[in-house]
Design a protein around this ligand. Sequence first.
Ligand SMILES: Nc1nc2c(c(=O)[nH]1)N=C([C@H](O)[C@H](O)COP(=O)(O)OP(=O)(O)OP(=O)(O)O)CN2
Length: 178
Amino acid sequence: MPAVRFTRRFSMAHRLIADAGSKCAVPHGHNEFVTVTLEPTAEIDFGGANYTASFERLKARWHGFVDRSLDHAFQLNRADPLLAWFQQHEPHRLNQVLTVDGDPTTEALVIALWRKLEAILSAEGLPFRLAELAIEETPTNTVLTRGLTAAERTWELGAWCDRADFSINDLLPPETWS
Ligand SMILES: Nc1nc2c(c(=O)[nH]1)N=C([C@H](O)[C@H](O)COP(=O)(O)OP(=O)(O)OP(=O)(O)O)CN2
């Protein structure tokens, strides 16, 4: 069955602190692209609309999440001391701080976004399965996956990534998630 593929652009900043000597330990940003490939699990409406779901319906919540939550978010290791700085001095910006267990590498984000999009597909009742998710971090670096291992699925990366809402961390109360 024909698959569909969507790309969305977002800007982000992060820093990687596990290797203290890395140039990436200093906050820096990228303009990234996230591309997802969705395969229908139901036939198209032959002779009618001739699709399983419209592009608009398929993209609405996912691209809403990318635009509202991912774009211009600062991605941090949840053990990063910069997080305490934001909590103390600029708590009103915590909705723009994405946190993960360990460093916010592109690999971690690919796994987190796979889980988020699966949650969205399920919550929206969309008859599609996620076949591939790729993040182009820079014009020369792309990370992608075509599925998650059991360890990647159960990794306590952040409860936010298994919810079909707009949250990107587990620091804020439920009333801010939608
Ligand atoms: N496995 C990973 N390694 C690195 C990641 C990552 O997400 N996963 N991220 C970074 C940094 O974000 C860094 O900004 C990108 O590093 P680099 O490849 O050096 O980027 P360049 O644009 O300079 O790449 P060139 O192709 O050499 O121009 C580091 N490592």
